[in-house]
Design a protein around this ligand. Structure first.
Ligand code: NDP
Ligand code: 8X3
Length: 254
């Protein structure tokens, strides 16, 4: 949509998967990009590729761990005006019973998915309030709305994202700021490779016999949500592959 041309879009977790696909789709729409993640080398490659395809847009990259509150706040001071924030950085570690989850895994998920999202939002929302414009799009998950066994902390972290998103709708009701949550089902990205600590065959088995979503499928919905007229807020969306019915219910072709 031409509404996104020239808009400044900050995407966290832009080095892979959904975030990287969002970068490509917003670039296609003519938006300027602020790309953040820990793996700066990947962001640089993406920036170079997108700059050659879309010479008219501006792209900046930021090596940023969203868990590092002080760094997030300091880096945000260099962002300029952010029109759209896509809070996408997130991860799952393991698939284990609650009593078997390590403190490190628990901290990593909560610090990234919940506190990291809050850090970036706290860094960007005050400017949006001052300008009385902006759009925050949080990438939640079906897992935040339907808990499943061996997913307690991850599901809980995404349930927190759902609650925080809803609270923000109330807190910005008297402003022109839009708050949206997009909840994907099964998306084939590096998500399962990270979950199983690099075990590619275990990760591949998650998608066996199904045609999962890919990053582009979610990026298209993010760009659609961001591209609605200013008076339209798509507050919530659930996006499944066709053969998924619930968080852990997928039909697999035999
Ligand atoms: P990927 O693993 O492909 O991408 C995750 C991104 O998050 C990477 O760019 C990674 O970058 C970034 N990230 C992780 N930790 C941090 C951190 N501490 N600071 C900054 N960036 C970080 O997975 P997806 O694209 O699938 O995941 C994106 C979002 O989508 C997540 O919030 C996930 O929970 C959600 N989601 C995914 C689903 C799926 O099935 N794949 C389904 C529903 C929701 P880097 O490592 O360079 O920092
Ligand atoms: C990721 C989806 O439910 O497969 O948010 O873990 S799930």
């Amino acid at each position: 949509s031409s509404r996104l041309r020239g808009k400044n879009v900050l995407i966290t977790g832009a080095s892979s998967g959904i975030g990287e696909a969002c970068a490509r789709h917003f670039a296609q729409a003519g938006s300027n990009l602020l790309l953040a993640a820990r793996r700066k080398d990947r962001l640089e490659k993406l920036k170079a590729a997108l700059e050659s395809q879309h010479p008219q847009i501006k792209i900046s990259t930021f090596e940023l761990d969203v868990r590092n509150r002080a760094k997030v706040l300091a880096t945000a001071a260099t962002f300029g005006d952010v029109d759209v924030l896509v809070n996408n950085a997130g991860l799952v570690i393991g698939l284990e019973k609650l009593e078997d989850i390590t403190e490190e895994a628990m901290d990593t998920m909560i610090d990234t998915n919940v506190k990291g999202l809050v850090h970036v939002t706290q860094a960007v929302l005050p400017g949006m309030r001052t300008r009385d414009k902006g759009h925050i799009i949080n990438i939640g998950s079906v897992a935040g709305h339907q808990a499943y066994g061996n997913g307690s902390i991850y599901c809980g972290s995404k349930a927190a994202v759902a609650s925080i998103t809803k609270a923000l709708l109330f807190e910005t009701i008297d402003t022109a700021i839009r708050i949206s949550e997009i909840n994907p089902g099964m998306v084939e990205t590096e998500f399962s490779v990270v979950r199983f600590k690099g075990d590619k065959s275990k990760a591949d088995s998650v998608y066996k016999g199904v045609h999962p979503l890919d990053g582009n499928d979610i990026a298209e919905t993010v760009v659609f949500v961001a591209g609605r007229p200013d008076h339209v807020n798509i507050a919530e969306m659930l996006v499944f592959p066709t053969n998924q019915a619930a968080a852990t219910t997928v039909y697999r072709k035999p």
